[in-house]
Design a protein around this ligand. Sequence first.
Ligand code: SAM
Ligand code: DTB
Ligand code: SF4
Length: 343
Amino acid sequence: MSDGITAASLPYVSPMQAPPSPIRTDWTRDEVAALIALPFPELLFRAQSVHREHFDPSEMQISTLLSIKTGGCPEDCAYCPQSAMHEDGGVKASRLMAVEAVMKEARAARDAGAARFCMGAAWRSPKEHDLETVCAMVEGVKSLGMETCVTLGMLDNSQAHRLRDAGLDYYNHNIDTSPEYYGEIISTRTYQDRLDTLANVRDAGINVCCGGIVGMGEDENDRAGLIAALASMPRHPESVPINMLVRVEGTPLAKKDAARKDGAEVDPIEFVRIIAAARITMPTSRVRLAAGREDMNDEAQTLCFLAGANSIFYGEKLLTTPNPAASRDMRLLQRLGMHTSGV
Ligand code: SAM
Ligand code: DTB
Ligand code: SF4
């Protein structure tokens, strides 16, 4: 380029100077289904247009996950290797990590460039003394200058307030799938239980991280129902993780034909459509391309980014399953000319 203008110095362009799309919280399943079914070029154009109204399309937020208490969970989520209810036992149960050990991992994540540190515990809900320890972890990680997120199962109102007082930025609690399909996946707590926890988190003034999983044998209607349920919350979750099911040996969903009647994997193009629908319906939320990237090629991930995903989990492990190596992710972002957001 001439005159000293480089691609990096050019502002990104908002398509036409159209009025900004309204933030709607009344999305219906039919409307979301119609979006998902749009011709792909039209769907991606709409998703990109909305994305550019609120975000720099070249920016990627990166969060690092740590399992602070692994396995032995009394819940029966059919996708999860940490449930003690599955016949094959899943992963080995361990105790809650010590605060200093968590700090060590958080420092390493910060030094590798992560802006947010997410700590997950395989609990139905936290016990009193464990919550105290988690509050100390939140305070410690925040003192490193990172955003904090925890996912500890169900919370009552006072537990949510205690986490808020410790300075917690985000609480992750997923609705996982459509209200109708939910009962096929989890029997030990209800969809309403999840909504109650989310209401407690909101009431405490903590940002909500809430999303779901694609590839559990749900049909198109359920996928539209998942996005419609998120997008019709009175306030959209600030972070929306969209996970592709990671099939883990020993879980009820591990067998392909258990997860989908025709035995097929989720079509990556179909997955991109779900991401685009999340972006269009929740314009200001961070849409995270969450679990499942290890099994996606760079091109499928790139389409997800073009559809509006602007956050990933970074580091070679999710909670218990593999995630792409940091070097692979950095190479991809470099190839795409994208940059990570600062803390
Ligand atoms: N026990 C807590 C809870 O369920 O609220 C927190 C941890 S749980 C592992 C967090 C989320 O990870 C689940 O709600 C689910 O959406 C996602 N997840 C778990 N196992 C998964 C898998 N095998 N594939 C994709 N996503 C998964
Ligand atoms: C979310 O939606 N995905 C993350 C995070 N929230 C806690 C967890 C994915 C877990 C994948 C299976 C595992 O590694 O155990
Ligand atoms: Fe337990 Fe959470 Fe896994 Fe369900 S998803 S079994 S609640 S760790």
